[in-house]
Write a protein that binds this ligand. Structure first.
Ligand SMILES: C[S@@+](CC[C@H](N)C(=O)[O-])C[C@H]1O[C@@H](n2cnc3c(N)ncnc32)[C@H](O)[C@@H]1O
Length: 194
C-alpha cells in the first residue's frame, strides 16, 4: 500500500522520521524538559496554544495539562504517523478533549480559524527542518494574539550558534521582539513576543 500524498511529500523533505522521535520522546525527558516550568508563565487555564512540529506530542500533552478543560492545544505536524501517536497518547492520558491534531504542509500551516487567537505558539526542535523560515515566522505571527508568545527552541546538536542567530534575525525582520533567551537543556532557545 503506498503512503498518502502528504506523507509521500514528507519523505522527500529533511524531516525527523517518526521512528527517530522515540529516541528523545521518552519517559526520562521530563527531567530535562519540564513543560510546567518552561511554559507555566505563558499559559494557564483557558489558554489556547499551538505545538507546531509536535512530533509524538511530548509538549502537546504537557501544554494540555496546563490549559485545563477550558483551554485548547492544537498539535500540528507534517506527518500523520506523528499525529496518530499524539491522539493515542492524549486519549490514554485523559486529555483527548483538550488536544486537536492537524496535518499541515511545509509551506502552509493553515489555521485561518485560529488567526489572532493563540496565547502561545511552540516550535520545539523543528525550525531547522523548515525550508522557508521567514514565511513560517510570518504565519506564526498571524496566529498569535497581539503580545502572544512564540517559544522557539532548536537542538544544539544540529543548529550552530550562528545558524540560531540567523533565525533570530529573521524573527526581528518579521516584527517579533526578543523577550528572553531562557536556558533549555540541549537547546538554543528564545521567547519572542508577537
Ligand atoms: C525533531 S521532531 C521534534 C518533535 C517535537 N517538537 C518534540 O520536541 O518532541 C520535528 C518534527 O517537526 C515536524 N515538522 C518539520 N517541519 C515542519 C513544518 N514545516 N510544519 C509542521 N511540522 C513540521 C516533523 O514532522 C517532526 O515531527
Amino acid at each position: 500500500m503506498s503512503a498518502p500524498r502528504k506523507d509521500r511529500a514528507v519523505e522527500k523533505q529533511h524531516v525527523c522520521p517518526w521512528w527517530l522521535a522515540y529516541t528523545f520522546d521518552n519517559p526520562l525527558r521530563r527531567l530535562a524538559h519540564d513543560p510546567a516550568k518552561m511554559f507555566g508563565e505563558y499559559v494557564g487555564r483557558g489558554s489556547r496554544a499551538a505545538d507546531i512540529g509536535c512530533g509524538m506530542g511530548f509538549f502537546s500533552l504537557g501544554l494540555a495539562r496546563l490549559v485545563g478543560d477550558e483551554g485548547k492545544v492544537y498539535s500540528l505536524d507534517l506527518q500523520e504517523k506523528m499525529l496518530s501517536r499524539v491522539r493515542g497518547r492524549a486519549e490514554r492520558a485523559g486529555l483527548g478533549g483538550r488536544i486537536e491534531t492537524r496535518q499541515v504542509t511545509a509551506d502552509n500551516l493553515g489555521g485561518e480559524d485560529l488567526s489572532g487567537g493563540l496565547d502561545l505558539v511552540l516550535a520545539f526542535w523543528m525550525l531547522h527542518e523548515v525550508p522557508d523560515q521567514a514565511g513560517f515566522m510570518a504565519q506564526v505571527k498571524h496566529l498569535l494574539k497581539p503580545g502572544g508568545v512564540f517559544f522557539l527552541a532548536e537542538p544544539r546538536m544540529h543548529v550552530s550558534q550562528e545558524a540560531f542567530a540567523a533565525s533570530l534575525k529573521l524573527t526581528q525582520e518579521a516584527g517579533y521582539d526578543l523577550a528572553a533567551q531562557p536556558k533549555v537543556s540541549m537547546s538554543r532557545a528564545a521567547v519572542l513576543k508577537g
